[in-house]
Design a protein around this ligand. Structure first.
Ligand SMILES: *Cc1c(COP(=O)(O)O)cnc(C)c1O
Length: 455
């Protein structure tokens, strides 16, 4: 079909997620194919995939081994239900996940997106205490600026004001503690002091409320959609200790950070943290198919294991849970991790990225560069010295990424922070190309925004 027709039809029929459709209509984009770290649109324009197709992609597009694994599975069966029946790749993948995950995690509950894996974690933690006869433990603690997905349970432990405010009366209440964020801290204290204060505040809350608290949800080491904020060293370990001390289940969200992204297979490994429940999704199938999983301990599993009439069953499931094609893709993905020693590669590439981004830190409108492995956030500010942001309505992050698109690279910002999260296999040359496009776009758009007369 002629490309103009497709553009018209996309505007006529689609409603895109997390998108103001008025923006889309002004700047439509329709992807047709991809290869390696490049995507191609219906007019033949090519774009570097600077955000791993929203933080998913690992080996680039059309990775042969994964394509083959899916085709082979397709010749056996595409899908049969996991409700009351297992299937072959779901078993093999569960074994593999348990093998890779922190030692205390022993059981895998599948679903199909990051949000559902979190939804499951919340219901599992809640029912765990009911099943143990401690039904007063019903609430959750979460962190300021947390993001755990978009279903109602996940937004109830989410605290990004701009996304979540509108749904306030729809959500259950969570207890919120501040995220120890060195760059945005009002008093510019050192990270250790900020961390210790945050842990103190958490402990005070736990002391008072632990009898009513089922669990605490936390993104692993770095908050993603809430602004690419990195915890001071030792904070997650500190949370773990407090959760154990006050008998609160620690739910760690590894949806964005899992599968090598931060230079460890899972980001909890940076601090030797063992969650009671861990959620994974995004990178699990290398960006191929919607598989997610909620991993948990034998202790939690056993609290549900009883005669049916005890009604301790975990009454939760999704139609596509444990889908064979997705599990086969995930298994092939994890095999390539081993074969190509991808986690070690990420560690080396992270150093290169750091070097490439270094000159940007001198830029008068780059307030902060935050990086954990191959997750980077470049925060744009109006006044670097005083850390004053651009006017919200100027949408500097958005317009900078639109400029990047013109220059041949795709990403999406979180607020005024440009996200740089290339596929793990991106080569040195491709990384250089991506960074130079980012630089050019940041240069042009911040100059333009800074010279705009304010109203
Ligand atoms: C993306 C993300 C989610 C939601 O995952 P979906 O697959 O989009 O539902 C949850 N938690 C974190 C940390 C994420 O980055």
């Amino acid at each position: 079909m002629e490309s103009q027709k497709l553009v018209e039809k996309s505007s006529q029929y689609l409603w895109l997620p997390f998108t103001q459709m008025k923006d889309y209509d002004e700047n439509p984009l329709i992807i047709e194919s991809g290869e390696g770290v490049r995507l191609r649109d219906i007019d033949g324009n090519e774009y570097l995939d600077g955000y791993s197709s929203l933080w998913l992609n690992v080996h680039g597009h059309r990775k042969e081994e994964i394509n083959i694994a899916i085709k082979q599975q397709l010749d056996k069966i595409a899908h049969s239900t996991l409700l009351g029946a297992a299937n072959v790749p779901s078993i093999l993948l569960a074994e593999k996940l348990i093998d890779l995950a922190p030692n205390n995690l022993k059981r895998v509950f599948y679903s199909d997106s990051g949000a559902t894996s979190v939804e499951i974690a919340i219901k599992m933690a809640y029912q765990y205490w009911q099943n143990k006869g401690r039904g007063k433990k019903q609430k959750f603690i979460t962190l300021q600026n947390a993001y755990h997905g978009d279903t109602v349970g996940a937004i109830s432990v989410g605290k990004v004001d701009i996304f979540h405010r509108v749904y306030k009366s729809l959500m259950f209440d969570s207890l919120v503690v501040p995220f120890p964020d060195p760059y945005h801290h009002p008093e510019s204290l050192d990270p250790e002091t900020i961390r210790d204060r945050a842990l103190e505040e958490l402990e005070n809350l736990l002391k008072e409320h632990h009898e009513e608290i089922a669990g605490m949800t936390v993104e692993s080491i770095i908050q993603g959609a809430g602004g690419m904020n990195i915890m001071p060293k030792g904070y997650l370990k500190g949370i773990e200790k407090l959760c154990r001390k006050y008998e609160v289940l620690l739910i760690v969200d590894e949806v964005a950070t899992g599968f090598g992204r931060t230079g460890k297979m899972f980001a909890v490994e940076h601090e030797g943290v063992e969650p009671d429940i861990m959620t994974v999704a995004k990178g699990i199938t290398a960006g191929y198919l919607p598989i997610a999983a909620t991993l948990t301990t034998e202790e939690i599993y056993q609290a549900f294991y009883d005669d049916y009439t005890s009604l301790k069953t975990f009454f939760h499931g999704h139609s596509y849970t444990g889908n064979q094609l997705g599990c086969a893709a995930a298994l092939a993905n994890l095999e390539i991790f081993e074969k190509e020693q991808l986690v070690q590669q990420v560690q080396m590439k992270s150093k290169l990225i750091e070097t490439l981004l270094e000159p940007l830190s001198e830029h008068p409108h780059v307030g902060d560069i935050r990086q954990l492995g191959m997750i980077c956030g470049i925060e744009l500010v109006k006044d670097k010295e005083k850390k004053i942001p651009f006017e919200w309505s100027q949408r500097i992050g958005y317009w900078t990424t639109i400029k990047m698109r013109e220059l041949g690279m795709l990403t999406r910002p979180v607020g005024d922070t440009i996200v740089f999260m290339p596929p793990l296999v991106t080569s040195e040359k491709e990384l250089e190309e991506m960074v130079s496009i980012m630089k050019a776009a940041i240069e042009e758009m911040t100059n333009k925004a800074a010279s705009t007369v304010e109203v």
